[in-house]
Design a protein around this ligand. Sequence first.
Ligand code: AMP
Ligand code: MG
Length: 491
Amino acid sequence: MPEIKKIIETGWNLDNSYARLPKSFFTSLNPTPVRSPKLIILNYPLATSLGLNVQALQSNDGVAVLAGNQIPEGALPLAQAYAGHQFGHFTMLGDGRALLLGEQVTPKGERIDIQLKGSGKTQYSRGGDGRAALGPMLREYIISEAMHRLDIPTARSLAVVTTGESVIRETEQFGAILTRVAASHLRVGTFQYVSKWGTVEELRALADYTLQRHFPEVDADENRYLFLLQEVIKRQAMLIAKWQLVGFIHGVMNTDNMTLSGETIDYGPCAFMDAYDPATVFSSIDIHGRYAYGNQPHIAEWNLARFAETILPLLHDNQVQAVKLAQDAISDFTELYHSNWLAGMRGKLGIFNEELQDETLIEGLLSMMQNYGADYTNTFRALTFDKWSDTVLFGTRSFAQWHELWQARLGRQQEPKISSHQLMQSSNPALIPRNHRVEEALEAAVKHGDYSVMERLLDVLSCPYAHSPEQADYSKLSAKSKRPYRTFCGT
Ligand code: AMP
Ligand code: MG
């Protein structure tokens, strides 16, 4: 009897609408095959939501796609061209080690970019090898998943495969490919590229494409490009406020790393803040603190101004009018950001209604936290549960006074204490991916091939607002190192 082989369809349903844009926007190119791909981690819930079959993805053919050794039907792999201000300096960039396979059209009808990161050299690789190392790709997987679970818009990670080839960084490392999933990979830098080197028609094509992908609700009668600018500003104001509220530091907020969709993208030297201090920087290359925690809203505004500049010719035929429209839109950012932040902070303190003095109350707490080096996440968690560990801050007179003011403030709203507590519980995460925990997971995985540490970490990070007993251990600070934590770009 011949063996009956049951073929399970993987569920790829790809189209590449980006490939229909002007040819100068990208370079068509297949991934460079790798020697012996092996699946390291697969994001089951994400795969399922994309309409993919997890069993089929784990088969040889399934993994071959995730490694770039096979191209699924409908994919048209391409490297996107873009430019960007890196630490303030304008440069030509582009996908130097990534390829967009296309958009997966999901069972819900959404279009989601599928990109292989670490898939080989492209025409934009400059001196790079086009590859990625296992450690940084797993780091992106962990942090992006944590961000998603914290309810922060983000690009996500479908899978990491090792390539069976090594990459040379400071040392020899395992090569890996991450499958990145995003609403799109349109960046401020994409507009900068077309604005600098393309025609106005090309710029219009890019803007129309962005509107269609992310803001299809645009009204036919309005200035559609002003609408685009305003909506991008709104989404970024919301995103940056969410970062600030959980203490996330992106680390490399170059304009090429800022999306138009409002998703967090490019997890290089990012990390979460422990002790509250607006000057916190983790990235080893951010010597002047350009991308410090407290500077992120300001940098976002700066990046958005660069975006506005690129679309001036679309905003109005009269340049003076165009500049005026752009400036007015940009000047809204600060207020939009601030109202998102303030609303989030009220939630973190269990406050439902609005009083003029709320900001003073919040700032009072933050400045005490800074003075006493209090841990950002754990302080809010302690306030949520009224369980004050013996940190210096909680023993001070100034804290006692502040606490009285806060309790009085809670007393001036209709909602009972229990509602405040519930609001705080859903606004203050039990844990963040602590730097030492992430390092520990990566070390076990990369050095010892033991993925269980990472799996446990991903598990506790999957419900950050559950406040379960298992999470308590993961919220502790590192006992070991007093040295400042340093992160590096995963190139
Ligand atoms: P990033 O710091 O990841 O935002 O990358 C900045 C630029 O460098 C982008 O154009 C990347 O595609 C490119 N790049 C980063 N790493 C590599 C690499 N290993 N090989 C080629 N290009 C790279
Ligand atoms: Mg980048």
